[in-house]
Write a protein that binds this ligand. Structure first.
Ligand SMILES: Nc1nc2c(c(=O)[nH]1)N[C@H]1C(S)=C(S)[C@@H](COP(=O)(O)O)O[C@H]1N2
Ligand SMILES: [Mo]
Length: 476
């Protein structure tokens, strides 16, 4: 297919072939959700000590107690994740290489994108702790064992998507990793609700409070990956996850524990969490940065903001009371540069793939398949167009509904004449928000979605434009 596969033809071909075989015998996610969860493990991480990946049908409490990260040096990123296109080997950044990833309900580990600012750390679970600081008499420090055993366990299906997904389609291009369509995956996440921990230690959980989650992997002197999450969201459904698709979270995805903020962009889902800090504001100002360093504030206040071309930098706020990303974007008089929080409605075609040639079925049809999601509200409808958005036809949902934070599979039974087509999909959410057609040019100075255009922005964030995600298809 495209240029990506040319770089790694034989390995990917072998992988896809293996995947097809496994699929045929029902061992990967494509054919059965639950069977898929256990089967996904194999090639991704040569599984750590002894513990076999546990099927999702077994209670989560049965897994992972003894699991530790072992040295796994020999295998390169490419070898471990044959379904990914590598953007940078270190820090590890890689996205799904093929559209086919977007024809399944649960994304296998081999195809699940990785986005790191610093190299994946090598962590011993038995030595890892998560501390709770802020408004407490005494700081709290929890071992992984305590985190798993002394609190309730919850599971959520959540679409993890990098806010830079689709950045490569910005014109003019912006700096950073050139993610195309593949920096998104859907997984089952299991762990401890943060609310249970905050309640146990008597935190002030009223509205207006924030919890700042910090990653433990930043090398000495680098900005600590910190994200401040509003208390309402934390109490609603955030979890400290230690399992992904029924197995211990892989090292690259946050082992031994990461934050999952259901429905919110990947950048909020802090990996390798070692500290949670409760206070009445986001990380902001002198207290959280030194003269020459944005030690805690960088990834909250400077990065992951919608900054149009005419702004020098993002305006920083101590606190805000509108969290919804779309609402922030549409009301720049209140928050000048939206913070990238919950995901905007988006969809993507998984089959047919990019620049592919397809044969019609005996009845003259082709089944167009894809995924659609809408952050922390539900996706309502998906439409498919075979003429680049001139005319639209409603698709139908199929496969189980795994809740509002999961994506939904859609299909559209298409009856094309032989010829060349541009296929696009467009999703609409429960708030009646829909995907725009294109990305604006910078000189339009947009801050929100207007006139069917997504605002070009300096960080290249959150591109949901459907024409950016079109597939060109030849029907034989
Ligand atoms: N500690 C830490 N957490 C992190 C990051 C990071 O670099 N360090 N990257 C974030 C970003 S930008 C994304 S998109 C997601 C990616 O999660 P994944 O690699 O499991 O797909 O993790 C987030 N959490
Ligand atoms: Mo990201």
């Amino acid at each position: 297919m495209g240029e990506q596969s040319d770089a790694e033809p034989s390995k990917r071909d072998r992988y896809l072939e293996r995947r097809r075989v496994l699929k045929a015998v029902g061992a990967v996610a494509g054919s059965s959700l639950l069977a898929g969860c256990g089967g996904n493990q194999t090639a991704g991480t040569e599984t750590p000590t002894g513990t076999e990946p546990t099927a999702a049908t077994e209670p989560p409490t049965e897994t992972a107690t003894e699991t530790q990260q072992t040295e796994e040096p020999e295998q390169s990123l490419e070898e471990r994740y044959p379904g990914l296109r590598i953007l940078s080997p270190e820090p590890e950044n890689a996205e799904a290489a093929e559209r086919e990833t977007y024809t399944t309900l649960i994304t296998p580990l081999e195809e699940f994108y990785i986005r790191n600012h610093y190299p994946t750390p090598d962590i011993q679970e038995s030595e890892w702790t998560v501390s709770l600081t802020g408004m407490f008499d005494e700081d709290v420090e929890l071992s992984m064992e305590e985190l798993k055993r002394e609190f309730p366990t919850e599971t959520v299906f959540h679409v993890m998507q990098c806010s830079g997904n689709g950045r490569a389609y910005f014109d003019p291009q912006v700096g950073g990793n050139q993610w195309t369509f593949g920096a998104v995956g859907n997984a089952e996440w299991t762990g401890t609700p943060v609310s249970a921990i905050l309640e146990r230690y008597g935190a002030d959980t009223s509205d207006g409070m924030w919890v700042s989650f910090m990653g433990g992997e930043a090398p000495e002197g680098e900005d600590i990956f910190t994200r401040s999450i509003p208390m309402g969201k934390v109490m609603d459904d955030c979890i400290l996850a230690y399992e992904m698709n029924g197995a211990p979270i892989a090292g690259d995805h946050g082992f031994p524990v990461r934050l999952v903020v259901p429905g919110w962009y990947g950048n909020n889902n802090v990996k390798w969490v070692n500290r949670m800090h409760v206070m009445d504001m986001m990380v902001f100002g002198d207290e959280w940065e030194t003269e020459d360093q944005r030690l805690y504030t960088h990834w909250q206040q400077y990065s992951y903001r919608i900054i149009p071309v005419q702004d020098e930098a993002a305006e920083q706020y101590q606190t805000i009371d509108t969290y919804d990303t779309y609402e922030q974007m549409q009301n720049p008089d209140q928050i000048r540069n939206a913070y990238i929080f919950d995901q905007l409605v988006k969809s993507m075609i998984g089959f047919p793939g990019e620049d592919s040639t397809v044969t019609r079925r005996a009845d003259g049809t082709v089944e167009v398949i894809g995924v659609a999601w809408a952050g922390d509200n539900a996706v309502e409808t998906v439409e498919v167009s075979d003429d680049g958005g001139e005319t639209w036809n409603e698709a139908e949902f199929f496969r189980p509904d795994l809740g509002p934070f999961s994506w939904r599979l859609f299909r559209y039974v298409w009856s094309p004449e032989p010829g060349d087509y541009t296929l696009v999909s467009r999703a609409t959410d429960a708030m009646d928000r829909t995907q725009p057609a294109t990305v604006s040019s910078p000189d339009q100075n947009l801050r929100g979605i207007q006139n069917d255009q997504f605002p070009w922005n300096q960080g290249g964030y959150s591109n949901t434009a459907y024409m950016s995600h079109a597939v060109d298809v030849t029907v034989e």
